[in-house]
Design a protein around this ligand. Structure first.
Ligand code: ZN
Length: 346
């Protein structure tokens, strides 16, 4: 009996106790690891302190800006300049993360332009940047107060300051180079490849989806005019075009749309013109348009989607992303393909 008891005990030790000990021993392993400071739950945080600052060959503390109204050149501390651009380019009611993304884009644009046109921009030789929409719109605080009133300043100025100061020395880089971050109001659902709009190709300005734009006031708009007015306008720019009320549908033809649906080339009788020329002629919001002819009502309807050239960050899309919980880094990385947001070495 004693032998049997020892046997049972041995079996019990082997089958129950030993595995328990082994399991317990193995259980120790992760604890050991976590005790030396590596935890599996917590992802290593990618905060800006850990990002290596980038050294750029440019003193970015101040910018030289040509004031197109006063015809003078102003030297402005970059943070003050960026605040004036954010306030002029984006509604202050927008989500704080959209305003931060706008601040970083505005700063990056100012620096890249200042490097590129150090000797002055060909269109305004006195400075690399101007205060108009030709570069990026800038308004000083007194100008903003004059336009929006004192209550606007009280309500929003601290928000703009926060957007700029909390992203203080951050800029957008692609493969170590500072980028030229184009941006626009509303894409109409999808941004545009830069090569389909301007005569350049840049790897970070690719077409991407732009959800959350439905709130934008210029997401979709229709311009209506009589057939006669339409023909008159076309003839004012293309006097040789042999078009009239009867042959209109044959003489104006879509030749090519871009991959995202914007009008790239359009034939007006024997001329083939860029979609952009028609956008300018009819003052359309974008080149994302369709023209329809209604003979019964004797009207032409031009329906546009989006507002602006459609390249790079969509401001309304950025606001929508902010409202949907995305931060400025996620917004910028969505609209600028393959970029990094890095601090500049002071
Ligand atoms: Zn300019």
């Amino acid at each position: 009996m004693k032998k049997l008891a020892i046997y049972v005990l041995t079996v019990l030790v082997i089958t129950i106790l030993l595995p328990t000990v082994i399991v317990k021993t193995f259980n120790f392993v992760p604890k050991e690891i976590s005790s030396i400071g590596v935890s599996f739950e917590e992802k290593p945080k990618e905060d800006d302190d850990k990002k290596e600052p980038v050294e750029i060959d440019y003193d970015f503390e101040k910018v030289m800006v040509y004031n197109s109204k006063t015809n003078t050149v102003e030297v402005i501390p970059i943070d003050d300049y960026v605040k004036g651009v954010v306030a002029a380019e984006m509604p202050a009611e927008f989500h704080i993360e959209a305003l931060k993304a706008q601040a970083i884009a505005a700063r990056t644009y100012a620096i890249s332009r200042s490097i590129k046109f150090e000797e002055g921009h060909p269109d305004h030789k006195l400075a690399p940047l101007c205060t108009g929409i030709h570069c990026q719109a800038y308004l000083s605080l007194p100008q903003l107060e004059e336009i929006h009133g004192e209550s606007w300043v009280e309500k929003y100025w601290s928000k703009i300051e926060e957007a700029v100061e909390s992203t203080n020395n951050l800029a957008i880089f692609y493969e170590g180079e500072i980028i030229e971050p184009l941006y626009h109001s509303t894409s109409g659902g999808r941004t545009e490849n830069v090569k389909d709009v301007f005569a350049i190709d840049l790897p970070y300005l690719k077409s991407v989806s732009s959800p959350y734009e439905e709130e934008a006031p210029r997401f979709r708009e229709t311009v209506t005019m009589s057939i006669e007015d339409f023909i008159k306008k076309i003839k004012s720019k293309y006097p040789m075009a042999n078009i009239d009320k009867n042959n209109l549908h044959e003489k104006i033809k879509l030749i090519e749309r871009t991959a995202t649906g914007r009008v790239k080339k359009i034939a007006i009788d024997t001329n083939v013109v860029d979609g952009r020329e028609l956008r300018d002629l009819f003052e359309l919001n974008s080149t994302n348009f369709t023209i329809s002819l209604d003979r019964k009502l004797n009207i032409i309807e031009i329906e546009t989607y989006g507002f602006g050239h459609g390249v790079g960050m969509s401001q309304w899309g950025a606001n929508g992303m902010g409202k949907n919980g995305k931060n400025y880094e996620e917004i910028l990385k969505h609209y600028y393909t393959g970029v990094e947001i890095l601090p500049i070495k002071k």
